[in-house]
Design a binder for this molecule. Structure first.
Ligand code: NAD
Length: 434
């Protein structure tokens, strides 16, 4: 099947590569010329485990190509996936400018029947306006069908999530489009993963509701963690005890420094705005966002318990990306902490295995180091913000000998309080009140 994927970002590149690997003939389109040049020359613009090898294989076998020419891509495709960004608008609503731009181009350049697949995360009802934008830009009427096919991949696990998903959601009212989508996803059907067919508006809603539910679990556990700290309980034990309840399950019950990334923060706010526009109160989402806002700011007071005056002090930050196994810095909690530290007059050294380059564009006056140990030299405290696996088994004696004062604020509960205290650290985690 000839497919174009418009927007070659974290989602578009993974989707394009994986669809190519399933045997489709894929063209990835982007307006970013530098990105397309890099991809044409054999490079890769993002860090995502396993993606480079898969991309190289499919590039070599010419199942995937890259272009800035949306016209030729649309003219030669049977299905066009829209995978452009839907960033927050002025009032936190999803900004659909890029989606509408692509819709206009599709209308302008399509020559034959097309399936237009919306993969970007968009508010319920968007497919109708995309349809209208396509129609308004057609010179003469050409038949096409809309499909809402939201993406659920997690950065850091994106290749596995796309090729072996919990489910694929396909919202369409057209039998013809349904058959084409089944053909595109035949690799996933062969792997026996569930494909859920719905109407378009339900598919659009499933995506936001899923992200909002996950964000709700995070904020809920972070609030439980606050209680644990004050009342003398241990949130890790609480999560374990809750997770064995099959109605609850163990995942997404970890307390931490709050959620970040390109999805949860913007999607929670956008869903809230959509609800308001339909006269729904959105009380749960309002609280989810408020708790997250506070949680991102909860590390500084803990640090000040150890280092009351931060001015002129040297603080190490381990982990910058919004989560491990990605270089994505969008809405990363580390950005909030670094801003707070610098406002207090502290000097920041930082280590992240993959995000130095992306972080470097967003922060100033931070000294990046090549190893986690290097970041610890002469620091008054260490704050752990992202739980990269390599932080788990480091030499505690070496860590202590490098630090000026052995203070650790662990925003991800990477370590056990008892072990750290025995090793001679002043240590505080999240929700570990015992
Ligand atoms: P991104 O910012 O990484 O990539 C978007 C790309 O679209 C950019 O490369 C940009 O240059 C390109 N673009 C913008 N306008 C364009 C146009 N008119 N024509 C061609 N290209 C254009 O964004 P992303 O993280 O890949 O997210 C894309 C969508 O997928 C969003 O709606 C997001 O909410 C959703 N989503 C993201 C994730 C994730 O983990 N990142 C997961 C699921 C869903």
């Amino acid at each position: 099947m000839k497919i174009s994927v418009i927007g070659t970002g974290y989602v578009g590149l993974v989707v394009g590569t994986c669809l190519a690997d399933m045997g489709n003939d894929v063209v990835c389109v982007d307006v970013n010329e530098e990105k397309i040049k890099l991809l044409k020359e054999g490079g890769i613009p993002i860090y995502e485990p396993g993606l480079k090898d898969l991309l190289d294989r499919n590039r070599e076998e010419e199942r995937i190509k890259f272009t800035t020419d949306i016209k030729s891509a649309v003219e030669n495709s049977k299905a066009v996936f829209i995978a452009v960004g839907t960033p927050p608008g002025k009032n936190h609503e999803a900004d659909l400018t890029f989606v509408k731009e692509v819709a206009a181009s599709i209308g302008k350049y399509m020559k034959d029947y097309l399936v237009v697949v919306d993969k970007s995360t968009v508010p319920v009802g968007t497919a109708d306006s995309v349809k209208e934008a396509i129609r308004n830009n057609q010179e003469k009427p050409i038949e096409f069908d809309m499909v809402s096919n939201p993406e659920f991949l997690r950065e850091g696990e994106a290749v596995g999530d796309f090729t072996y998903p919990d489910r694929v959601v396909i919202g369409t009212e057209s039998e013809k489009a349904k058959e084409i989508m089944k053909n595109i996803y035949r690799g996933i059907i062969r792997a026996d993963r569930p494909i859920i067919f719905t109407d378009i508006k339900s598919a659009e809603t499933i995506k936001y509701a899923s992200n909002a539910m996950l964000a709700t679990r995070i904020s809920f556990m972070n609030e439980i963690a606050q209680l644990c700290e004050k009342a003398g309980a241990d949130v890790k034990m609480v999560a374990k005890g809750m997770g064995f309840d099959q109605r609850i399950g163990p995942r997404f019950l970890q307390a931490g420094v709050g959620y970040g990334g390109s999805c949860f923060p913007k999607d929670v706010k956008a869903l809230y705005e959509t609800m308001k526009s339909y006269g729904v109160n959105g009380l749960v989402l309002e609280a989810v966002e408020r708790v997250n806002h506070e949680q991102k700011r909860s590390l500084l007071p803990k640090l000040k318990e150890f280092v009351s005056e931060l001015s002129g002090k040297k603080i190490a930050v381990w982990g910058l990306a919004f989560k491990p196994k990605t270089d994505d810095m969008r809405e990363a909690p580390s950005l909030v902490l670094i801003e707070q530290l610098q406002k207090e007059g502290a000097d920041v050294t930082a280590f992240d295995p993959e995000a130095e380059k992306t972080a470097g564009k967003l922060v100033n006056n931070v000294e990046f180091t090549k190893t986690p140990y290097d970041a610890l030299k002469d620091v008054d405290a260490l704050v752990i913000v992202t739980e990269w696996n390599e932080f788990r088994e480091l030499d505690k004696e070496k860590m202590k000998s490098l630090m000026k004062s052995p203070n650790i604020v662990d925003g991800r509960n990477v370590y056990e309080p008892k072990d750290m205290k025995e090793a001679g650290f002043n240590y505080v985690g999240v929700g570990r009140g015992v």
